[in-house]
Write a protein that binds this ligand. Structure first.
Ligand SMILES: Nc1ncnc2c1ncn2[C@@H]1O[C@H](COP(=O)(O)OP(=O)(O)OP(=O)(O)O)[C@@H](O)[C@H]1O
Length: 574
C-alpha cells in the first residue's frame, strides 16, 4: 500500500476532506489579508496619517476574527473526520485480519498487529485528515505571499530562483536517510509494544521462573533502541526545519535590503516596506509546515508498508462460497490428504479416513503425530496440499466457511476464553440462546454445579483468558460452549484431559445419550473418554497405523438418532 493507494482509500472521504481543505484555504486567504492591513495600519501610524486608521483597525480585527474562526472550524472538522477515518480504518483492517488464515498468525506477532490496529492507524488517519489537507492552504499562503512580494517589487523575481536549488538540496540530502530512519523507528516502536504485550501474557511464567530481570533487560533493550532511533530522527528534524526556515528568512532579509533600497530611492512607501516585512515573515510559515509534511510523509510511508504487508495477504478461501440452509449429517471423508505446515516436513501423509454420520471416532497417538492437524484441516483452518476432504460428499472447499464451522462444535486443546462473564463465554456473541439451553449444555459438560457455586453464578467475571478459573473449569466451559450450538459434528481435542476422574465419568455417562446421532471426533488418551468411541484410530507420523472397533456402531442406527438430533436442534434439547 503506497501513498497512491492511501489517496485512493481517502477518496471515500473526499467530501469531508474537501471541506477541511476549503476551510483551511479560506483561512489562508484571510491570513493573506492580515499583513496588508497591518502594514497599512503601521504605515499610517508612522507617517501620522489618521485618515484610514479607524477603518484599518476595524478591518484588521475583522480579518483576525475570521481567520481565527476558520482555523477553529477547520481544526474541529479535521478532528471529527480524522476520528471517522481512524474508526473505519480500524474496522476494515480488523475485518481483514479476522479473515486471514491461521497460518498467517503462525508467522506474525500479535503485538505487531495490535500496534498497527491502534496507534499506527491513528497516526495515519491524522496524517490524512490534518497534515495532507493543510498542504493546499500552505501552498496558497506561500504562493500568495510570493505573488504579493512580486507585485510590491518585481525586482525580487530575480532572487527567488536562488531559493529553490538550496531548498531542494537540503531536502534531498536528508530525505533518503530520513525515510529509512522512519521505517526503523516504526519497527522499533512496534517491537516495544509487542514485547510488552507478550510479557504481560507470560507474566505468570516469568514470575514462576523468576525471570523478571532478564525480561526487563530485553524490554529495556528494545525501548532504548527505539529511543536512540527517535533521537536520531528528531535531531535531523531539529536541524532540517529551522535550516529551511533560515534559508527563507535569509532570503527575506535580502528582500528587505532591496525593499530598503526602494524606500531610499522613493520607489516604495513605508507601508509597502512593512508589507514586505510581513509577507516575507508570512512566507516562512508554509515553508516550515511543508518541511514538516516531508517528515510525516516518511512516517506514514513506514506505516503504509506494514499495512500493505497485512492487506496484501489473501483472506481464507471459502468466505465467498454461497451458504445454504442444509444441515450436514456429518459423514466425513479424507482422501489421499497430504499436508505440511510452512517450512516443515509433511505432517499428514496420504491420509485416508472415513467417518460415518453419527459415528464416534477416537484418534490416539504420540505427541506431534498429527491428530489435531486432522481436525484443523476439517475446520478449514489450513488447506491440504493434495487430496480432498468431503463433508456429506461435498468438497469442503465448496462449502461456505461459516456454514462448515457452524456445523462443527470444536473444543480445542487449550480452552480459549475471554475476559467476560461465564455466560458471555458460553454464548460467545450468540443472541437467541435461552437460559435453559445454557444450563442444559453446562449440565452435560459437568459445568453447571461449579458455575452455580461461583460468587455470581453465570454472571461471574472470569478474568483474562479465564484466569480466575481452574484448568478443568475452563475446559468444562469450553466444552459446554461447543455443545450449546447443537452441531451435527463435535470435535473434542483432549477436551476432558483436565477433568477429575469423577467429572469425566459423569461426562461420559451423560454423553451416552447426548452424543447419539452426532459425528464425534475425540482426541484423547483417557480410557474413560475412549469408552465412548465406536472406533479407535491410531495415528503415527501423519498416517493411520491402527484401527480398533469398539462399540457396535451401526450406520443404519445413526439415521433415527440423527432425526432425533435434528428435532432436538429446534428445541435445543440434549
Ligand atoms: N502451526 C504450526 N506450525 C508449524 N508446525 C506445526 C503447527 N502446529 C503443529 N505443528 C507441527 O505438526 C505436527 C503435528 O502436530 P499436531 O498438533 O497435529 O499433533 P498431535 O498429534 O495433535 O499432538 P499432541 O498429542 O501433542 O496434541 C507436530 O510436529 C507439530 O510440531
Amino acid at each position: 500500500m503506497g501513498l497512491r493507494s492511501l489517496l485512493l482509500h481517502a477518496w471515500a472521504y473526499r467530501k469531508d476532506l474537501a471541506l477541511i481543505i476549503a476551510l483551511s484555504m479560506l483561512g489562508s486567504a484571510a491570513s493573506l489579508s492580515i499583513p496588508w492591513l497591518a502594514a497599512r495600519l503601521l504605515g499610517g501610524v508612522i507617517e501620522i496619517r489618521s485618515d484610514q486608521l479607524a477603518l484599518m483597525v476595524v478591518l484588521l480585527i475583522v480579518a483576525l476574527i475570521i481567520f481565527t474562526g476558520l482555523r477553529i472550524t477547520s481544526a474541529l472538522v479535521s478532528g471529527v473526520v480524522g476520528s471517522k477515518i481512524e474508526a473505519d480504518f480500524r474496522e476494515d483492517i480488523y475485518a481483514h485480519v479476522q479473515r486471514l488464515p491461521l497460518g498467517f498468525f503462525d508467522h506474525n506477532r500479535q503485538g505487531d498487529l495490535l500496534a498497527l490496529l491502534t496507534w499506527e492507524v491513528s497516526r495515519l488517519s491524522a496524517f490524512l485528515s490534518s497534515t495532507l489537507t493543510s498542504v493546499p492552504a500552505a501552498l496558497m499562503t506561500g504562493a500568495g505571499a510570493l505573488v504579493i512580494l512580486f507585485v510590491l517589487d518585481p525586482l525580487l523575481a530575480f532572487l527567488l530562483p536562488v531559493l529553490l536549488p538550496l531548498y531542494y538540496v537540503t531536502l534531498k540530502v536528508v530525505g533518503r536517510r530520513l525515510r529509512t530512519l522512519a521505517t526503523q523507528v516504526q519497527q522499533a516502536e512496534a517491537n516495544v509494544f509487542a514485547i510488552a504485550e507478550e510479557d504481560l501474557e507470560m507474566l505468570p511464567a516469568i514470575k514462576a521462573f523468576a525471570r523478571e530481570k532478564v525480561r526487563l533487560a530485553t524490554y529495556r533493550k528494545v525501548v532504548n533502541k527505539a529511543r536512540r532511533l527517535k533521537i536520531h530522527e528528531q535531531k535531523i528534524y531539529a536541524v532540517m526545519g529551522p535550516t529551511l526556515t533560515l534559508i527563507t528568512s535569509l532570503a527575506a532579509v535580502v528582500l528587505l535590503l532591496f525593499a530598503y533600497q526602494g524606500v531610499v530611492s522613493d520607489r516604495m512607501s513605508m507601508t509597502e516596506l512593512f508589507s514586505f516585512l510581513f509577507y516575507a515573515t508570512l512566507l516562512t510559515g508554509p515553508v516550515g509546515s511543508l518541511a514538516d509534511l516531508y517528515g510525516q510523509l516518511n512516517s506514514a510511508r513506514g506505516t503504509l508498508e506494514r499495512l500493505h504487508h497485512v492487506l496484501r495477504e489473501a483472506p481464507e478461501p471459502g468466505y465467498a462460497n454461497a451458504r445454504n440452509n442444509r444441515r450436514f449429517r456429518g459423514w466425513i471423508t479424507f482422501s489421499n490428504v497430504w499436508f505440511s505446515y510452512r517450512d516443515r516436513d509433511d505432517t499428514l501423509r496420504d491420509l485416508n479416513l472415513e467417518i460415518s454420520a453419527g459415528e464416534i471416532v477416537a484418534l490416539v497417538g504420540d505427541n506431534g503425530a498429527g491428530k489435531s492437524t486432522i481436525v484443523k484441516l476439517l475446520l478449514g483452518f489450513y488447506l491440504p496440499r493434495e487430496g480432498e476432504i468431503r463433508l456429506d460428499g461435498t468438497d469442503v472447499r465448496d462449502v461456505s466457511l461459516r456454514q462448515l464451522r457452524r456445523s462443527i462444535g470444536y473444543v480445542p486443546q487449550r480452552p480459549l476464553l475471554h475476559n467476560g462473564t461465564v455466560k458471555d463465554n458460553l454464548v460467545l456473541g450468540l443472541k437467541d440462546i435461552s437460559e435453559q439451553d445454557v444450563e442444559r449444555a453446562c449440565r452435560l459438560a459437568q459445568a453447571h454445579d461449579f458455575i452455580t457455586r461461583l460468587p455470581k453464578g453465570y454472571a461471574t467475571r472470569i478474568g483474562d483468558h479465564g484466569v480466575r478459573l481452574s484448568g478443568g473449569q475452563r475446559q468444562r466451559i469450553a466444552l459446554a460452549r461447543a455443545l450449546l450450538s447443537d452441531p451435527p459434528i463435535l470435535v473434542l481435542d483432549e477436551a476432558t484431559s483436565m477433568y477429575d476422574l469423577e467429572g469425566e465419568a459423569a461426562f461420559v455417562e451423560a454423553c451416552q445419550n447426548a452424543l447419539l446421532g452426532r459425528t464425534v471426533i475425540l482426541i484423547t488418551h483417557r480410557p474413560a473418554s475412549l469408552a465412548l468411541a465406536d472406533r479407535i484410530l491410531t495415528i503415527s507420523d501423519g498416517e493411520i497405523v491402527g484401527e480398533e472397533m469398539r462399540n457396535s456402531y451401526n450406520s443404519e442406527s445413526a439415521a433415527p438418532s440423527l432425526a432425533t438430533s435434528m428435532d432436538r436442534s429446534k428445541g435445543r434439547k440434549f
